[in-house]
Design a protein around this ligand. Structure first.
Ligand SMILES: NC(=O)c1ccc[n+]([C@@H]2O[C@H](COP(=O)([O-])OP(=O)(O)OC[C@H]3O[C@@H](n4cnc5c(N)ncnc54)[C@H](OP(=O)(O)O)[C@@H]3O)[C@@H](O)[C@H]2O)c1
Length: 264
């Protein structure tokens, strides 16, 4: 797939690539000949993923271990990427909190804002400016299907994902005339370690493989402002968000989550 590489460059920076969907992005890009820069708080897993990808695809996978909830993280990224031809950035890392809003300490909510909201803003601003200046590049901000309505038990996570989605869609419009592709990605339930946080009952749930989520997103980049992963999720969320009232949608999702996390 030489076109993808010539469009987006030799390296892609992917946050959260030590695990789950971020790791799947790193592998899909390695297949396309693009070397992943794995940015993750989890340095051991990140190193292991980089070694695997180097060996399997002969790409120059690199690791930058850092905490995206710390305000100074962007300086570490800028230093690390000096001299590298980066044309694609995927912000996949996220903090996911599952509980009633007031049951969690404010510190956890602040960390969620740091990784999900502030890091999206910083990465989009820095790389958006770079890519606009060189008239080439791509940015994927990973949101969630939960962005589309208020969601009990994941209320703050869903709110942060709504921020990400709206930012990505606005940037898609502004940057497309400058040769920069932006996509807001909304995965539904996806088989990763994170989906098991809070021990949900997933029986009967439609859970996609992470590799399918990553592949669909890379194929949609440059074609549309946002994407719900999977045809079945696209159908379900069309019904939920376009045919029902906001009140009905919030109630249905709230009831489903309360049952899934055994709170009823
Ligand atoms: N899986 C799903 O069902 C699903 C559904 C909708 C949307 N999404 C979105 O998809 C993205 C990837 O989710 P996933 O399920 O693949 O999660 P995952 O398997 O937990 O991977 C996320 C990675 O990000 C890292 N990370 C967390 N906080 C960080 C921080 N402060 N600084 C740097 N790295 C950090 C995690 O490290 P630790 O493991 O050490 O925390 C982990 O390696 C997220 O944006 C998520 O909201 C997932």
């Amino acid at each position: 797939m030489p076109d993808f590489k010539s469009k987006y460059g030799s390296y892609a920076l992917i946050t959260g690539a030590a695990s789950g969907i971020g790791r799947a992005f790193a592998e899909d890009l390695a297949v396309r000949g693009i070397a992943p820069i794995i940015v993750d708080i989890n340095s051991e897993d990140a190193k292991r993923v980089a070694e695997e990808l180097k060996e399997k695809y002969q790409v120059d996978a690199r690791v930058l271990a850092l905490d995206l909830s710390k305000p100074e993280f962007m300086q570490a990224i800028e230093k690390f990427i000096q001299g590298l031809d980066i044309g694609l950035v995927i912000h996949c890392a996220a903090v996911s909190l599952v509980d009633e809003y007031l049951n969690l300490p404010l510190e956890k909510h602040r960390a969620l804002v740091g990784v999900n909201v502030s890091a999206s803003m910083e990465l989009a601003y820095y790389f958006g400016s770079q890519f606009k200046a060189r008239k080439r590049g791509g940015i994927i901000l990973v949101s969630s299907a939960s962005a589309m309505q208020g969601s009990a038990l994941v209320q703050h996570y869903a709110a942060s994902k709504a921020y990400i989605l709206t930012l990505a869609e606005g940037l898609w419009y502004e940057l497309r005339s400058h040769g920069v592709d932006v996509l807001g990605l909304m995965p539904g339930s996806t088989e990763t370690p994170a989906i098991h946080v809070g021990d949900p009952d997933l029986s009967g749930a439609y859970v996609m493989p992470a590799a399918d989520v990553a592949r669909e997103a890379l194929n949609a980049l440059g074609k549309q402002p946002s994407l719900i992963s999977g045809a079945r999720n696209r159908r379900d969320f069309f019904l939920l968000t376009r045919l029902l009232s906001r009140k009905q949608a919030v109630e249905i999702v709230g009831d489903r989550l309360m049952k899934m996390y055994r709170r009823t």
